[in-house]
Write a protein that binds this ligand. Structure first.
Ligand SMILES: Cc1ncc(COP(=O)(O)O)c(C=O)c1O
Length: 416
């Protein structure tokens, strides 16, 4: 595990006012729900305020000063996002409302146009609902087959079976890079290689990877990736679909309306070029501009430092938590195999009760199915408790989590 990274957590924490809060009559907030959404630094909030205060206008539409400024700020954010994932052309960055909308865009714009009955789309048992439900809807609408790469007891994908499932009928493999429920880092390179052998396209759900580890679309070899700003210090309601330019150009629009057309007459319309073709209507302009500031913030810290810090926290947490009586930790054994996510259960205590007791002690975690019910079904549990880390978390906060769990065990009188 790397120990030679540079990250001044004390300095970082000063940029996040929410982390200074108390909750529940005086407990200091310990925010460990970052896989659901991260906090935002003052720099991001200031940039959003600056836009609304000094430059507020609609984009791409006017020749007046404010509109030109707003358009420039919006397009600068697009370039920053593109550079962050090493996209070769910023036209390959489509702004959406989030990962969910990005996946729905591919399903509807690419899937409806290019798939026919009998074609196969391969996903996995580890997926978030947003990479399952849209494909099921498409299957029910046009008669494709949906196949799942199964998961294994250790939280990894069964790659031997993946090799058999991805075959000549496979036209798309749509898979998560990191399981939001377990933290498992999926060997996407191997999955992409299997898909490319069959000339299938690949969509990678990077909602839990882009915020935490370097993702380089140029070397990755996927055709699309999707991620959300709100999990990486940016605002809610902003997401990204990156796609290869020639593939995006071949697809039909998902939503129709203003900004996505070239011409409209009473009989028919023609489409604008990519990316406008996929950005109908007024987008979340302030949010996208704020996202640009979030990218600046992450770049200042360095994505490899972020990964190293989270690995260190995860290793520490796995070690501390494994000593807790009656605990089951789901997913891979080591911090190297995971992002900063730990899903667990305590014997004889319902996950929601654990979440409540932790909250009483100031510790914010998620208890539930994490929008990954197939994973819960595989584990044979209705829900888990999930602690998830980011740049501002500390080992002391993991100690607070462990103390809170011991309080829960005490309260419920569970004997070890
Ligand atoms: C792996 C994964 N995919 C997709 C999503 C959906 O993201 P959003 O709700 O921002 O659209 C999430 C959110 O938790 C996720 O973790």
């Amino acid at each position: 595990m790397s120990t030679s990274y540079q990250l001044d957590v004390g300095k970082i924490r000063r940029d996040f006012p929410t982390l200074k809060r108390d909750v529940n009559s005086g407990a200091s907030l310990v925010y460990l729900d970052n896989a659901a959404t991260s906090q935002r630094p003052v720099q991001v909030m200031a940039q959003i305020t600056r836009f609304y205060r000094d430059h507020n206008s609609n984009i791409h539409r006017g020749i007046h000063t404010l509109s030109v400024e707003a358009t420039e700020m919006f397009e600068t954010a697009r370039s920053k996002v593109g550079q962050f994932i090493n996209a070769q052309d910023s036209r390959e960055i489509i702004f959406t409302r989030g990962t969910t909308e990005s996946i729905n865009l591919v399903v509807n714009s690419w899937g409806r146009k290019f798939l026919k009955p009998g074609d196969e789309v391969v996903i996995s048992e580890l997926e978030h609902h947003s990479n399952i439900v849209p494909w099921q809807m498409l299957r029910d609408s046009i008669g494709i087959e949906l196949r799942y790469i199964p998961m294994l007891d250790n939280g990894h994908l069964d790659m031997e079976t993946a090799n058999k499932i991805i075959g000549p009928k496979t036209k798309m493999v749509s898979i998560t890079a990191v399981s939001n429920a377990l933290g498992t880092i999926v060997p996407v390179d191997e999955v992409i290689a299997l898909a490319k052998k069959q000339e299938a396209l690949v969509l990678i759900d990077c909602a839990q990877s882009v915020p935490h580890m370097a993702v380089d679309v140029e070397s990755l070899g996927a055709d699309f990736i999707a991620f959300s700003a709100h999990k990486m210090l940016g605002p809610t309601g902003v997401g990204v679909l990156w796609g290869k330019l020639n593939i995006l150009e071949s697809m039909d629009p998902f939503l129709g309306g203003g900004d996505m057309i070239l011409t409209v007459n009473m009989e028919h319309s023609t489409w604008a070029e990519v990316p406008s073709k996929f950005e109908a209507g007024t987008p979340n302009i302030g949010g996208v501009i704020g996202f640009g500031a979030a990218i600046d913030y992450l770049n200042d810290i360095g994505i490899d430092n972020i990964r190293a810090h989270e690995m260190e926290l995860t290793g520490y947490a796995l070690q501390k938590m494994s000593d807790i009586p009656g605990i089951t930790i789901f997913g891979p054994d080591t911090a190297e195999e995971r992002c900063g996510v730990i899903s667990f259960a305590l014997e004889n205590i319902h996950p929601h009760d654990i979440g409540q007791i932790l909250d009483d002690n100031g510790v914010a975690v998620r208890a539930g199915h994490h929008c990954a019910q197939p994973v819960m079904n595989f584990l044979g549990v209705p829900a888990t408790v999930r602690a998830s880390f980011y740049i501002y978390n500390t080992k002391e906060e993991i100690d607070a989590l462990v103390s809170g769990l011991l309080v829960a065990i005490d309260l419920f009188g569970v004997k070890s």
